[in-house]
Structure formats: structure tokens, C-alpha cells
Design a protein around this ligand. Structure first.
Ligand SMILES: O=C([S-])c1cc(C(=O)S)c[n+]([C@@H]2O[C@H](COP(=O)(O)O)[C@@H](O)[C@H]2O)c1
Ligand code: NI
Length: 398
């Protein structure tokens, strides 16, 4: 499981992020070919090696022919991404980042999200940076991102509105819930695009996650010449395998006991918690003080999701507080396979430990859909899908 840790000691921008991903091994030709899947033209990618205060880094930028760029609002950009032949994952990550950026701009300027403007010429620079980031993450197999606190810089930056304080208003909005600092450098070090990337994708902030082991250190160059190297440092790594049992993850348990909530509400709260990224949510019947029957809600989630989870519990239930417990998890590597059956494709979850197949699980929802459609018992579908796994099943039984 490849993990990225972004060391934003000199800030982060879209260009720095793509530069770091190129430095990490995404070939420029691959990026170019993938970006061609978008209905965009009249731009050129710039990719070169530079030295920033003695550190070799990859500088990435987009050269835009401004005469050929139409004005684009968020909806135009969403359609360009959705209508492309990019993978679902690249679309999902790109739209997640763009949505954060658009929401921040909308809030700052007091307009609806679909009315917001993007600052670069026809937004092409933002599209390339954001979609390029999603392409790089997929190419490098990065499944989790963590980031340090962000060094935002200080002073003022020239925008189409005139001079704006650093961090720029959209950046400040995007930094909600993210630790940041300024240390006297009078330049804009974190741009709205950079902030949107970490806001949308990072699972946690601060030090690298527990048991993170670096495999490679990469640098994406910024365009500033300042006293510190203007680079984004990207650590690519894995979570350490402990006792040969599997990868350890940083998970939190958030719990609360409730004895005065309308029981109709629990299902809705669970839905919201899952939508916010909870790995698991479950309810336990408990007997509380004054012999009152009550319910314990337990949520398991990545550390970076805790504040969203707590927010939902406090807003949607009658609780006045929650417990947050640290916990370590151990799990095997999980991948998804598409298995062809006589009824169509079924996704199958394969769990491996040190390349040994430990578990094969046909996706319940896929089996259920077929069972309902073809009026065949669910267990028959399940067995048939397992049989179609053929050699994979043999590997497990060995
Ligand atoms: O021109 C406008 S409207 C503008 C507004 C803001 C806000 O924060 S609101 C910020 N900016 C600046 O544009 C550049 C480009 O940022 P990217 O994220 O697209 O690289 C940056 O300097 C922002 O501070 C412009
Ligand atoms: Ni703006």
C-alpha cells in the first residue's frame, strides 16, 4: 500500500504537487496522454529540472495560449471531467478537489458555487494541476495521503481583485481544520489549488502516520526564490509490516452513549457517518444510569476524519460529548477483481498477506443484484462466483 506524506515546509501549489509526482516517477508522456482525454486545447506542459537553494527539484507548469481559452465556470469544468475517458478514480479525485476549491471561492465571494470564476486563463492551469494530481496518484498507486502543517507565507498577493492578504481568502477558507503557520516569509506559499488538494485528499495532518517507512523522497519546485528552498517534499512510502501480520493503520474509535434520542434517527446518523468516511459504525444496546435502556454508537474512522465524525454526532444526535480513543489496526492487503460470470461482472475482494491469498469475498451487493434480477438463490450466485475465481481459489486452498 503506497502512502504519500507531503512535507509542506515551503507551502504547496498545484504546480508543486504535479512536479513532485513527476519526480516520484510519473512519466511526462503518460501525464500528457491522460490529459488529452480532456476536451482542452491550446496549452503546453512545461517540465524541467531546477535547483532551488541547492535542492534538485522538478518544476512543472502550464503554458496557456490565452487567446484560445473560453471562460469556464465550475459546471463547465465538471462536465469536461465527467465526459472524459479518464478513469473513475481520476474523475472522483479531480472533482473532489475542484468541489473544495469552488466551494471556498463561492463562500469568499458570496456567490453560488456554479457562478464562481477560476482565476487562471479559462481555468486551464487549475484543470491541468488538479487532474494531473489525480492522474499521478493513480499512476503511482498512492492510496493514502498525509500532510505536515502548511507553511502559508505572509504579506499580500496581487489578484484580479487587487492586493489580497496571504493566505489568499480562498486559501484561508480551505485551511479550515488544517494546521498552518507563517514564519516571516513575505510571499504566498500555499495557493488555493494547493490547499484544495490537501483539503480534499489528506487523511491526516502533522507528523507522518504511525509506522510510515519512506521508500523515496521527491521534490516539486515552486516558482518563488526565497530564503528557504521553495519546494514541496513528497515522501513516498509504505506502512511498516509488523510481526509479519499485516499493515498497521492509524484508526480512531469515536463513541458516545445516548438514552434520549428518537430511535428513528439512528439509521440516518449511520448513513451520514458512512458518507463522511467512517470505516465502520455500529450500535450496541446498553443499560445506562437510572436503569435507562440506551444505545452506544461506535464509529471507527481514520484519524483525519475524526473532526467531521464528531461534528455529525454532535449535530445529529442528542449527545453532549464523545469519547475519542486511539487504536492500532492490522489488516491484510485488499484488492478488487472483476470476475465474469454467466450473469455479468461481479466484483470480488481478494485479501493477501505477503502475496498469499488469505480471503476471497464476492461483493454482496453485486451477488444480490443478480439474485434479484435472475430469481436465483443468493447462495447459488455466491458459490458460482467463487467457482469462477478458479486459480485464485486454488491459491487460497493451497
Ligand atoms: O483573482 C482572484 S478572484 C483571486 C482570488 C483569490 C482568492 O483567494 S478569492 C486568489 N487568487 C490568487 O490566484 C492565484 C492562483 O491560484 P491557483 O490556486 O489557481 O494557483 C493565487 O495567487 C491566488 O492567491 C486570485
Ligand atoms: Ni477569488
Amino acid at each position: 500500500m503506497t502512502i504519500a506524506y507531503l512535507d509542506c515546509f515551503s507551502g504547496i501549489s498545484g504546480n508543486m504537487m504535479v512536479g513532485a509526482l513527476l519526480d516520484a516517477g510519473m512519466p511526462l508522456e503518460y501525464l500528457e496522454a491522460e490529459l488529452k482525454k480532456l476536451a482542452l486545447s491550446s496549452y503546453k506542459l512545461i517540465d524541467k529540472e531546477v535547483s532551488k537553494n541547492g535542492i534538485r527539484a522538478r518544476y512543472f507548469n502550464v503554458d496557456v495560449n490565452k487567446w484560445f481559452q473560453p471562460a469556464r465556470n465550475f459546471n463547465d469544468i465538471r462536465l469536461i471531467i465527467e465526459d472524459s475517458l479518464l478513469s473513475d478514480q481520476v474523475k472522483k479525485h479531480s472533482l473532489a478537489i475542484f468541489s473544495r476549491l469552488a466551494a471556498a471561492e463561492a463562500k469568499v465571494h458570496g456567490v453560488a458555487v456554479d457562478k464562481i470564476h477560476f482565476h487562471e486563463v479559462g481555468a486551464i492551469d487549475s484543470i491541468v494541476d488538479i487532474v494531473g494530481t489525480a492522474i499521478g496518484l493513480e499512476y503511482l498507486g498512492i492510496v493514502e495521503i498525509y500532510a505536515s502543517a502548511l507553511h502559508v507565507g505572509s504579506g499580500y498577493v496581487k489578484c484580479s481583485h487587487g492586493l489580497m492578504p496571504v493566505p489568499a481568502p480562498a486559501t484561508a477558507e480551505l485551511l479550515t481544520g488544517i494546521p498552518f503557520y507563517a514564519e516571516g516569509i513575505k510571499k504566498e506559499l500555499v495557493t488555493p489549488t494547493g490547499a484544495a488538494i490537501v483539503a480534499a485528499l489528506a487523511k491526516g495532518f502533522g507528523s507522518p502516520p504511525a509506522h510510515f517507512i519512506t521508500r523515496k523522497v521527491c521534490y516539486g519546485s515552486g516558482s518563488r526564490d526565497i530564503d528557504i528552498p521553495n519546494v514541496l517534499r513528497l515522501y513516498l512510502g509504505d506502512k511498516e509490516l509488523r510481526n509479519n501480520l499485516g499493515a498497521a493503520g492509524e484508526t480512531k474509535i469515536i463513541e458516545t452513549n445516548i438514552d434520549d434520542l428518537n430511535p428513528q434517527v439512528y439509521g440516518y446518523v449511520m448513513e451520514r457517518l458512512f458518507a463522511a468516511g467512517a470505516h465502520e459504525v455500529y450500535l450496541t444496546s446498553i443499560l445506562m444510569k437510572k436503569n435507562r435502556p440506551g444505545t452506544k454508537i461506535t464509529v471507527m474512522a481514520a484519524a483525519g476524519k475524526v473532526s467531521d465524525i464528531v461534528q455529525i454526532l454532535l449535530a445529529e444526535t442528542s449527545t453532549l460529548g464523545v469519547r475519542i480513543l486511539g487504536c492500532e489496526t492490522t489488516h491484510i492487503d485488499v484488492s478488487m477483481l472483476n470476475i465474469e460470470t454467466e450473469w455479468g461482472t461481479v466484483k470480488v475482494k481478494v485479501g493477501k498477506l505477503n502475496d498469499k491469498v488469505m480471503n476471497i469475498a464476492p461483493e454482496f451487493e453485486d451477488c444480490k443484484t443478480i439474485a434479484v434480477k435472475h430469481k436465483i438463490p443468493l447462495k447459488t450466485i455466491h458459490l458460482q462466483v467463487l467457482r469462477s475465481c478458479g486459480p485464485m481459489l486454488d491459491l487460497m486452498l493451497k
